[in-house]
Write a protein that binds this ligand. Structure first.
Ligand SMILES: Cc1cc2nc3c(=O)[nH]c(=O)nc-3n(C[C@H](O)[C@H](O)[C@H](O)COP(=O)(O)OP(=O)(O)OC[C@H]3O[C@@H](n4cnc5c(N)ncnc54)[C@H](O)[C@@H]3O)c2cc1C
Length: 569
């Protein structure tokens, strides 16, 4: 049975001909599309369907609800059906699943989740925003009681009950990405002993391995057990009714609770069954206006493939910001505006037990995978504000830029304070196709408790400029094992004695002007200090005297991270 073209809850003002816009999925992308479309088009009849019991809830808050940081479930409800109806004249049908699309007849089939009754609905325009589903690998035990994924409010409610009712003491989080780490923090907050099982040898896969080291050290220092480089094989029930996670290596990790956080997959079943074009990355193909291969159907959010603005390649990026912006672009397009989605650059942040990790743009490994070779990188470890003001905490920052034009390609940062601010600034510069020169020239807020007269972002840009214009040639850390360069450590002897690279010889910067003649002129000099600053001074001094000096960017601090990541010996 087809419904009449206008439901009583969603009326158009008199004299306007309603266009029926149906939206599948009422959270990030779907809800923002509905609200924006209403602001642009009072005549449209807008109906949102969600198979879950809520619309517009805060998925990003779910881990904190599990951790009881958000104690009241109602705080997760950003908007209600009533608000959509009263404020936007948008009808929301929850617990209503869209099961099929008939593109010829422009109808969808919907099923009432509570009763199982199906009916069909006509549309002029259809918007798909069904999101992405947590991956549940087809392995024994993944459906056992006590094994959870986190996607919905009922999911997190079930985890809370499990913890509360079972006196749960240990948890294994399978997957060390964003959601996995947020769950780690919140399970620790609930007093559980947590082990992370991660197939890669690092947590936070978007980061380059050496940038994940401070995070891994931090997790370990907080009592989190990391079991890396090993995949999930199966989950079993223990004799005492607890669970045991068995890794591919055979290692057995006991757990009273298991969280599966090994990634998400675009929910493309509806689109696929309807014959919409699906791209190589497994998402629905859309144009810059978020229109699918069917001119009457738009798609937004985690379900779509979008262009990575840096690599130019199609990608899937399951993040709330892009989903919201895409919902808005789709609404504008439906309303007849020419707005286009610019693409994504993967700007993301996660906070874990007092440490912040953020990144934007391409990683070094991503660039290498894409075959990009004309880039350079600098590492720096400045304080998050002026060192003379109490409480400065280091930010470990890596900046990637193309040579010779200096265009910023990506940045990653880890630290306790001020991390996301720097990455957001660099993210904005990337949006404007900015260069290291723009970062060096950037004018930022400064008072001692907030930043520095040379902000870490300025410093990153200045280092990049120094590389581009030849003032500070950098050595390739990854070639350390095969170079015949003389590795010169210019820290003071007590610092050198506290730890140094095996091949390094010590000539402190404070003695360099007196002793530089001892250095060979016919050999490359790779110069290292604590974080790269004194090595830069030494490099400038020596290159002006005709020596072939290069800076080991980021100094011994970066060396330790590279070594811990297995990238240098
Ligand atoms: C635990 C968690 C934490 C997160 N934290 C962050 C964060 O901190 N920062 C960040 O940027 N992103 C975060 N995300 C990701 C972010 O929530 C998503 O990228 C974003 O919500 C995607 O929006 P969407 O509209 O595509 O899909 P969703 O918001 O997932 O909405 C899809 C909706 O469609 C419904 N649906 C699916 N199929 C159908 C159907 N056939 N019929 C009817 N309804 C259907 C689903 O029930 C769901 O409610 C997090 C996600 C999770 C799960």
């Amino acid at each position: 049975m087809s419904r009449p073209s206008q439901s009583p809850a969603s009326r158009s003002p008199e004299g306007l001909t309603p266009r029926r816009v149906l939206i599948v999925g009422g959270v990030a992308g779907g809800a923002s599309c509905a609200a924006r479309l209403r602001r642009l088009d009072e005549s449209a009849e807008i109906v949102v369907f969600d198979r879950g019991p809520y619309v517009s809830f805060a998925n990003c808050g779910l881990p904190y609800y599990v951790g009881n940081v958000i104690a009241d479930e109602r705080s997760l409800l950003v908007a209600s059906r009533e608000l959509f109806r009263e404020r936007f004249n948008v009808e929301v049908q929850t617990e209503t699943e869209v099961t099929a699309i008939d593109r010829q007849a422009r109808k969808i089939t919907v099923r009432d989740v509570r009763t199982g009754v199906t009916r069909s609905e006509d549309y002029n325009v259809l918007v798909l925003s069904p999101g992405a589903a947590p991956i549940r690998p087809p392995l024994p035990g993944v459906d056992l009681p006590g094994v959870f994924a986190v996607r919905t409010i009922p999911d997190s409610r079930r985890i809370r009950s499990w913890i509360g009712e079972r006196h749960t003491r240990t948890a294994v989080v399978v997957g060390g990405g964003f959601i996995g780490l947020e769950m780690v923090e919140n399970l620790i907050h609930r007093g559980l002993a947590v082990t992370v099982l991660e197939k890669l040898p690092q947590v936070m896969p978007p980061l380059d391995p050496e940038m994940a080291i401070p995070l891994m050290e931090h997790l370990t220092s907080k009592g989190v057990r990391l079991h890396l480089g090993d995949g999930l094989a199966r989950i079993e029930v223990r004799a005492d009714h607890g669970l045991v996670v068995v890794a591919e290596s055979g290692v057995r990790l006991p757990a009273d609770l298991v969280i599966l956080a090994i990634g998400v997959r675009p929910e493309t079943a509806l689109a696929r069954d309807a014959g919409l074009q699906i791209g190589p990355r497994g998402g629905v193909v859309v144009d810059a206006q978020m229109r699918t291969s069917d001119p009457n159907i738009w798609a937004v959010g985690d379900v779509v493939e979008v262009r990575d603005v840096l690599t130019g390649q199609e990608t899937v990026l399951p993040l709330a910001g892009p989903a919201n912006r895409q919902g808005r672009v789709a609404a504008e397009s439906i309303a007849g505006r020419a707005t286009q989605f610019r693409g994504v650059q993967a700007t993301a942040v996660v906070g874990v037990l007092g440490l912040t990790v953020a990144s934007t743009g391409a990683s070094e490994k991503g660039l290498r995978r894409a075959g990009v070779t004309n880039f350079e990188k600098v590492y720096l470890h400045p304080g998050h504000h002026a060192g003379y003001y109490p409480g400065a905490r280091p930010i470990h920052l890596k900046l990637l830029f193309s040579v010779p034009d200096g265009r910023i390609l990506g940045a990653q940062a880890v630290g306790a304070e001020g991390v996301e601010k720097r990455i957001d600034v660099i993210a904005t510069a990337i949006q404007f196709r900015g260069t290291v020169h723009d970062l060096a020239e950037g004018e930022f807020c400064y008072a001692p408790q907030f930043g520095a007269a040379k902000d870490p972002v300025n410093l990153a840009g200045m280092l990049g400029e120094n590389v581009i214009n030849g003032d500070m040639p950098v050595a390739d850390w990854l070639a350390l094992g095969r170079t015949d360069a003389l590795v010169l450590d210019v820290r003071e002897p007590d610092e050198f004695a506290g730890g140094h690279m095996p091949q390094a010889v010590n000539l402190p910067l404070s003695h360099l002007r007196a002793r530089y003649r001892e250095l060979p002129r016919d050999r490359d000099l790779w110069i290292c200090c604590g974080v790269g600053q004194r090595a830069y001074y030494a490099t400038r001094f020596l290159t002006q005297l005709g020596y072939r000096a290069r800076n080991l960017s980021g100094g011994y601090t970066t060396y330790k991270a590279l070594k811990a990541a297995g990238l240098v010996s």
